[in-house]
Structures are given as C-alpha cells and as structure tokens.
Design a protein around this ligand. Structure first.
Ligand SMILES: Cc1ncc(COP(=O)(O)O)c(C=O)c1O
Length: 385
C-alpha cells in the first residue's frame, strides 16, 4: 500500500501563520517513498526522473542520492543537473525535437543517448553530434490517458525500422526504442500493447543486423485523482513488470516517471482573499491562481481537490485567482461548503506540472516551497514566524 504524507488542520494553520500563503509544502520522504515503490515493483527498471514534472532542486538531489537517472528535455535542464554534480551519462535527452544549441550543450555534458522520431532529426543529430546514441520514440495510441502525448510525438510503428536503418547509415549508434503511453495512464494494458509492438520492432531490427540494447517505457504512471475511479497501482505495476519479463527478459529497461514521483509529494495552502455573488452563484477569490501553481488546471488538465476544513451543506461555486485578469478562473461549478474571507484551503497532490509552469504574471510572486520534514523536526517555523 502506498502511503501519502498528512497535514492536519493544526499543521496547516501553523504553516500559514509561520510562512504566509500561498505556500507549497513538500515532503522529501514522500519523494523517496514514491521512488522506492517503483523500484520495489519494477526492480530491473532504470528510473530516469522526468525533470519537467517538477525541477525543484530538493527533489533532484533526493533522487540523485537514491541513484536515479534523469530525463531532460532542454539545455536549461541539462545545465541545472550538471551544476548539481549529475553526469551526462546519468541523463537521457528525451525531447524528440531538439534545437542545435541543446544538442551541443548535451554533448559537452557527456549525454550518451538522445530520442528521435523523424528523419530530419536523425540528420541533425548526425551533423551536430556524430556517433551519438539514438533511441527511436514509437507512437502508441492510448486515448484513455489524461494527456495523450502521442498527438505530438512518436514515429508510426511502420516507419520505425527505416528510421533505425537511417540512423545507422548516418553513423549514429542505434541504442533502442522508447514510448510514452500518455500521462496519468491508468490501465496496464496500454503498456502491454506497447511492449508487444516494441517486441516486434526489436525482432525486425535484429533481422536487419541491428542489435537494440535499451527499451524505454516512458512515464505515465498514475496517482490518485479527484473524482476518478480508484487505481490499483500495485496490480498495475506488477502486470507491467510481468510483461517486461515476458517480452524483454534480456533487454536493459528504462522508465521516465514524472507525476508518480513528485505529484503526491507537495500540498498547497491557499487562502480565500475575496468573496462575491454573481448571477446567484458564490465566487471565491484565492491568493493562488491559474498563473501560479494552479497552472496545472490549464496545462495538465488536472482537477485539484480543495479541502477547506469546514463542514456543512455544499453548493456549486466559482474559484478564481488573485490576478486582475478575467481568464484567471480556476474552477467553475465546483462543489464546496460555504467559505469566508481568510479561510485556509489545503490542496493535496499538487507536486507535478503545477509550480513548474507557474509564472509571476501581474506581479504575483510564485508560491514558496518549504520542506515538511524540516519544519516538523526543526525549530524553523518559530524562527521564521
Ligand atoms: C518524454 C517524456 N517522458 C516522461 C514524461 C513524464 O510523464 P509522467 O509525468 O506522465 O510520468 C513526459 C511527460 O510529458 C515526457 O514527455
């Protein structure tokens, strides 16, 4: 059973009084537990944390210390990791389309393997990084995922062999295949279908003399989502792992989890700063909005749970952010108890694709992040307050 870190109402009040709001509270223990849970259920899988999900240095450092590798998608991410002492060979450049300056930075950092999904990218790689290792990203259909990344990325399975051969003929090292079944993928069968497609492609490549070494099964591993059916994550991971043992017993396996590692490790404390009645409906204005941590509502299509520590009859209301922009509406028709100005709201599972895409639009500072274990165990709260 996977555990989630807990903040009581008293903790939330103490944190808000001590640090102000909006405030992000991160559990480093939760990051460790999530990483270990994946390793426990998929022991042979070499985890490459997808930095884009949350590039907070405390997360990266924790994972580095646990022996994780990293999926990077830009020169900015590469330089961030390099400055933290992470070597190039611990990273995969997983963006299938890369600017030349990104490839040059990756080469200088010593990155060995790069994703590609098109002939022009292979030509670019051969020109800018001769002899580099490439992995072809395969397009997998999975309409059940919350975010279908295959609308933007991946080569059709029928094109993969010719891309592998082209890479070889261009002098690149043909390292393997990769796929991503989509983010918040709740069904093991999406992975099993992808494994079967890749098994066939590995065999076709072998028949052409190409000895593929690595299969990267991407990210997509889900977390608890409000309003969705309960996920048996243990069963899901076990089923995927059985598929790996069946179809790829000898192959080096990588995965690129993002959401699963950091999603449950951060909670937001936000405050009601305004209340208004419009067209017979309550509007609540929070001190965090769409341009801040709630950017995940837009970019990640996520429906966050709001826990106000109040009881009573519920109504539907609109929740808006603090900026002076009419687009800054977080939720419409959200079921809630009646709230008052100054009430605190706890938002769980807001660690992925949220603070990573927050802005300072309209002069609102990004929410700061405190580490829960440091607050709980030290005297920092009293010192700051
Ligand atoms: C190439 C790649 N790998 C990994 C991930 C992480 O996916 P998730 O957070 O669903 O695990 C993403 C997400 O966009 C991605 O694009």
């Amino acid at each position: 059973m996977q555990k989630e870190f807990h903040l009581s109402q008293a903790d939330v009040k103490r944190l808000a009084d001590g640090y102000g709001t909006p405030l992000l509270v991160m559990s480093v223990e939760q990051i460790k537990n999530n990483y270990r849970y994946l390793k426990e259920h998929m022991p042979r899988v070499n985890i490459h944390y997808a930095v884009k999900a949350n590039p907070d240095e405390r997360i990266i450092r924790t994972l580095k210390d646990l022996g994780s590798c990293f999926d990077v998608a830009s020169d900015g991410e590469i330089l961030q990791l390099q400055a933290m002492g992470i070597r190039g060979e611990q990273m995969v450049y997983a963006n299938p389309i890369k600017p030349v300056h990104g490839i040059e930075t990756a080469r200088q950092a010593g990155i060995l393997n790069y994703m590609v999904d098109s002939a022009p990218e292979i030509e670019k790689m051969a020109r800018v990084a001769p002899g580099a290792g490439v992995m072809v990203r395969v397009r997998m259909q999975n309409p059940e995922a919350l975010i279908d990344l295959n609308k933007k990325f991946g080569a059709e399975p029928s094109d993969v062999l010719s891309l592998l051969l082209k890479a070889r003929d261009c002098g690149l090292r043909v390292a393997g295949l990769a796929f991503h079944v989509g983010s918040q993928a709740t069904q093991a069968h999406a992975y099993l279908n992808a494994l079967q497609v890749c098994r066939r492609l590995f065999d076709e490549a072998a028949a052409q003399g190409l000895n593929l070494q690595i299969l990267d099964i991407g990210g997509g591993f889900p977390i608890r989502a409000p309003g969705s059916a309960k996920i048996d994550i243990q069963k899901m991971l076990t089923t995927i792992y059985q598929g790996l043992e069946q179809f790829f017993p000898q192959t080096e396996i990588w995965a690129e989890p993002g959401r699963f590692i950091c999603g449950t490790a951060v909670k937001l404390i936000t405050r009601v700063i305004g209340r208004q009645q419009r067209d017979n409906q309550d509007w609540y204005f929070l001190d965090e909005g769409i341009y801040g941590t709630f950017s995940g509502v837009i970019f990640d299509h996520w429906d966050f749970e709001l826990l106000p520590f109040k009881e009573g009859p519920t109504v539907t209301a609109t929740f808006a952010g603090p900026s002076c922009d009419s687009f800054d509406v977080i939720f419409r028709e959200k079921e809630t108890v009646r709230l008052d100005v100054d009430d605190l709201i706890l938002v769980p599972n807001i660690g992925s694709y949220s603070s990573a895409s927050a802005t300072t639009f309209n002069g609102f500072a990004k929410a700061r992040t405190v580490v829960w274990e440091e607050v709980r165990e030290g005297c920092r709260l009293e010192a700051v307050g």
